[in-house]
Ligand binder design. Structure first.
Ligand code: C5P
Length: 400
């Protein structure tokens, strides 16, 4: 996800420095070239060797190093970076940045760079809450720095509160967002995800093995492209992606209410949810007692949410459905595209290895009225990227 990107990681002196080592590993794993710059205080906690080994690049420390300054390296480093991440950013570093002080290698680079800068503070809770830090934080935001707020929890100083370095996965997501062109800025999108549960008594239900991964990937990528994202999710174990409003539902009827309530104002709707086609006609208020012999449950059809959306589609809205099939994939998908009045349908063959329910990957066809693309097996995030590319094309053309 970070292939070809150059990230400068500024590390200042706090106990969370050890977590910055993990961050380097993650950035490198995602394909970024990482250059670490450490303040003198950071080097009291961890040596440069750790960061050099993890990044496979020399670590910058000394503004007056004869070797590097023969190339005016602080300016060079400031120019090369696509993104600067400061983790951990101490109260002291934030104060210097707010004042525009450039008295060491890192702060000099910070004045010289034009790349976006993501500040990830970590400090004692009292320091975080101090009016001077609050003021500096406000100044940094006004100056255009992005801030990944610290997490709340147990701190190294044995106190409890805000001040822990944000989760590494949140820092990675914010970094990805800053490096992603905001092609869906100003757009409202709704994604449905996961299975639905249709109870026939308080402890038993009808459902399917949908993990929600495809829908959550779509929501995450749309947020990364700066859309305003609502995720209507059936029961699943995934965490809500950053900057996504999640509405949790259980049954198809609840999903329909949540989706239809918000549908009219959306620029695009992608229904990935594996909605149960049927629900028990009657729901017992008490657990049905086990008894010898067979138990019959009569099923009633559920409303087709996507078909309702298609029937009432406002002009300009892009409506996308999914078709999970086990036979005649393209024919069945094309039939749904027409019948449900969709702009795109994403068809996948559930019998293929690595595709469909629960997998990390998917192999799909994206089909529109006039354009059909067969994608090879790829991660669900990559599939999500391709789907949003097509949606953006349709939104731009205004032809849907
Ligand atoms: O007709 P089929 O269930 O195969 O259609 C799949 C598509 O329709 C998916 O996008 C799914 O989210 C949506 N759907 C729905 N309401 C239903 C059944 C499916 O919105 N009751």
């Amino acid at each position: 996800m970070l292939q070809g990107k150059s990230i400068l990681l500024g590390v200042s002196g706090g106990i969370a420095v050890y977590k910055a080592a993990e961050l380097v590993r993650l950035f490198v794993k995602e394909g970024a070239s990482v250059h670490v710059v450490m303040t003198a205080n950071a080097r009291q906690f961890v040596t440069t060797l750790t960061f050099q080994a993890l990044s496979s690049n020399p670590v910058g420390c000394d503004l007056f190093s004869i070797e590097s300054e023969s190339r005016i390296s602080h300016i060079e480093k400031a120019r090369e970076a696509d993104l600067v991440v400061l983790a951990p950013a101490t109260a002291n570093l934030m104060a210097k940045m707010a004042a525009g002080i450039a008295d060491d290698y890192l702060t000099t680079i910070l004045l010289a760079t034009t790349a976006p800068v993501l500040v990830c503070p970590a400090m004692n809770v009292k320091m975080w809450e101090h009016p001077a830090t609050r003021r500096n934080l406000k100044t940094l935001t006004e100056l255009g720095y992005r801030v990944e707020p610290p997490a709340v929890g147990f701190l190294a100083c044995q106190e409890e509160g805000a001040g822990r370095l944000a989760d590494i996965s949140n820092i990675l997501e914010s970094a990805l967002r800053l490096l992603t062109p905001p092609t869906l800025e100003g757009r409202k999108v709704l994604v449905s995800a996961g299975p639905t549960r249709e109870h026939f008594d308080p402890v038993r239900f009808l459902s399917n093995p949908s993990s929600g991964k495809m829908g959550y990937a779509l929501a995450r990528i749309a947020a990364r492209r700066s859309a305003t994202v609502t995720l209507v999710s059936g029961p699943c174990s995934l965490e809500a992606p950053a900057r996504v409003e999640r509405i949790s539902v259980t049954s198809a009827a609840q999903m329909r209410d949540a989706v239809l309530n918000l549908s009219a104002c959306q620029d695009a709707i992608v229904m990935t949810a594996a909605v149960s086609d049927y629900r028990p006609a009657e729901v017992s208020p008490r657990k049905i007692k086990k008894s010898p012999g067979q138990l019959s449950v009569v099923l009633a059809p559920n409303p087709d949410i996507l078909a309702s959306l298609g029937a009432a589609k406002p002009s300009g809205q892009v409506l996308v459905g999914f078709a999970a099939e086990t036979e005649n994939v393209a024919e069945n998908a094309r039939d749904k595209l027409m019948r449900k009045n969709l702009d795109l349908i994403v068809a996948n063959d559930l019998t293929k290895e690595g595709a469909g329910f629960g997998a990390e990957t998917n192999e799909v066809k994206i089909m529109g009225a006039s354009e059909e693309t067969s994608l090879c097996l790829m991660t669900k995030e990559e599939v999500a990227e391709r789907i949003w590319d097509r949606v953006e094309k349709l939104l731009a053309s205004g032809k849907n």
